[in-house]
Design a protein around this ligand. Structure first.
Ligand code: C2O
Ligand code: CU
Ligand code: CU
Length: 463
């Protein structure tokens, strides 16, 4: 997959192609474009890259440059763009002043490549690690460290992975949107903080980022079938997205396309989750619509939140495209047979000293008892959230199919394959999984302060 560093997005490429004038000025550089890495392999089915985690500086909006950590110098790190069946080969170099690992969130791979301390040694400062795996599933995934993840991800270590499959819908424009927030101090520097609120709710910033940009403008074309692929990489913030005058056609989530897409006014995305959505922008050429993050009560808050503007969706000056329709169905997902055995997991919180701990079955990691499953074992994860606040539950290495909420079957639209799911306060979800890959696998809350605060455990899939 030989390719140079490409800065242009599909949207810009298409916009340029659709221009009828050959002497049109070149399209302006796309500020939301994600850097793609140099592919060192001539084989079209291999993506071979170098990836370096390092100390960097970044300018957020009009603030002065501040010290951050990044993959390769940009936040987000490079977009890995590939297709199902491709081999990904990563020569990783740790140039940070502390140990790290790289975890490939949502990708089904051999456990030794999963980047957790259950399966590999910390990569010391100056050290390297060779990651290599084959992409089995289409979807949007992401990568981030799995050591002191609350700090390392917050400092800027994250990037997206887009894997195309055989059933991609047709669209005119497509864009990957990586959502995050950072807390900047008055002088524009990145705050290193962990106060009690941050520990309880997860760290939330005062500055929202789309592809690393504050106050971003997302260019769209009226009438175009437009696809957005979103990932929330924030430590603790839930994004509750609404685009006034539009509905989101939700076509996929963590584990790929949904058999039955559905429309929603709000798209609620917890840390770690991904959504694949389409819409047909309507609005006057040249006008702009604010993309809103509406208040969502996730426990312990009592209506303190205000709406935020995430970005401005700017409609191009071109005449609207006509006749576009959005997809209404995709191939069915094979249902797993019912599991004979259940793994009960109770999520809770408790105060300890001046702070809090976050528990699974009454214990904090690493004291949460390990769960053994035979290879290919089918299990129902019965995740009971006994606390008052939502916890986004994440399982490494496998997708699960959500089947029940508080004893009632879930509607078809909620049963797509997931690896991260919001378990609302005082709610029990049943998630069905087949553990078909041996090794040690982590599961945890994806509010990273909660994971580091104890809400994490290990599943051992026996050989
Ligand atoms: Cu994205 Cu263990 O997590
Ligand atoms: Cu993960
Ligand atoms: Cu949590």
């Amino acid at each position: 997959m030989k390719r140079l560093v490409a800065a242009s997005s599909l949207a810009v490429a298409l916009a340029a192609c659709s221009s009828s004038k050959t002497d049109a000025p070149p399209a302006p550089p796309d500020p939301l474009a994600l850097v793609t890495p140099i592919d060192e392999s001539p084989d079209p089915n291999v993506l071979q890259i170098k990836l370096e985690a390092k100390e960097s500086t970044k300018t957020f909006g009009s603030s002065p440059p501040t010290a951050v950590w990044s993959f390769g110098g940009t936040i987000p790190g490079p977009l890995l763009d590939a297709k199902v069946g491709d081999r990904v080969v990563v020569d990783f170099q740790n140039s940070l002043p502390e140990p790290t690992t790289v975890h490939w969130h949502g990708i089904r791979l051999p456990a030794a490549m999963d980047g957790t301390l259950a399966m590999q040694q910390p990569i010391p400062p100056g050290g390297r690690f060779h990651y290599e795996f084959t992409l089995k599933d289409a979807g949007l995934f992401w990568y981030h460290p799995h050591m002191r993840s609350d700090i390392q991800v917050q400092k800027g270590l994250y990037g997206a992975i887009r894997v195309r499959g055989p059933n991609e819908p047709t669209s005119d424009d497509e864009r990957v949107l990586v959502l995050d927030d950072v807390r900047l101090k008055d002088d524009g520097s990145l705050a290193e903080y962990l106060d009690d609120t941050a520990q309880m709710m997860g760290r939330e910033g005062n500055t929202l980022l789309v592809n690393g940009i504050t106050n971003a403008t997302i260019p769209v074309r009226a009438g175009a079938a437009t696809r957005f692929r979103l990932v929330n990489t924030a430590n603790g913030r839930f994004f509750n997205l609404r685009l006034p005058g539009h509905l989101w056609r939700v076509i996929g989530t963590d584990g790929g396309l949904l058999p039955k897409p559905y429309d929603a006014e709000h798209l609620l995305i917890a840390p770690g989750e991904r959504y694949d959505v389409m819409l047909i922008p309507n609005g006057a050429p040249g006008s702009s619509i604010d993309l809103m993050d509406d208040p969502y009560e996730r426990g312990h808050e009592s209506g303190k939140r205000a709406p935020n503007v995430v970005a401005h969706v700017k409609i191009a000056d071109d005449a609207p495209l006509a006749g576009r329709v959005l997809p209404t169905s995709f191939p069915a997902i094979d249902p797993l047979p019912p599991a004979q055995k259940t793994i009960p997991l109770t999520l809770d919180e408790a105060s300890k000293g001046d702070g809090f701990v976050f528990t699974i079955n009454g214990a904090t990691f690493p004291d949460v008892p390990m769960i053994d499953v035979e290879r290919n074992g089918l299990r129902t994860l019965e995740v009971k959230n006994a606390s008052d606040m939502d916890h986004p539950f994440h399982l490494h290495g496998f997708f699960f199919q959500p089947i029940e909420k508080n004893g009632a079957p879930l509607p078809l639209e909620s049963t797509g394959k997931k690896d991260t799911i919001i378990v609302p306060g005082k709610t029990t979800l049943k998630l069905l999984t087949r553990f078909d890959e041996p090794g040690m696998w982590m599961y945890h809350c994806h509010i990273l302060e909660h994971a580091e605060g104890g809400m994490m455990g290990e599943i051992h899939v026996m050989e």
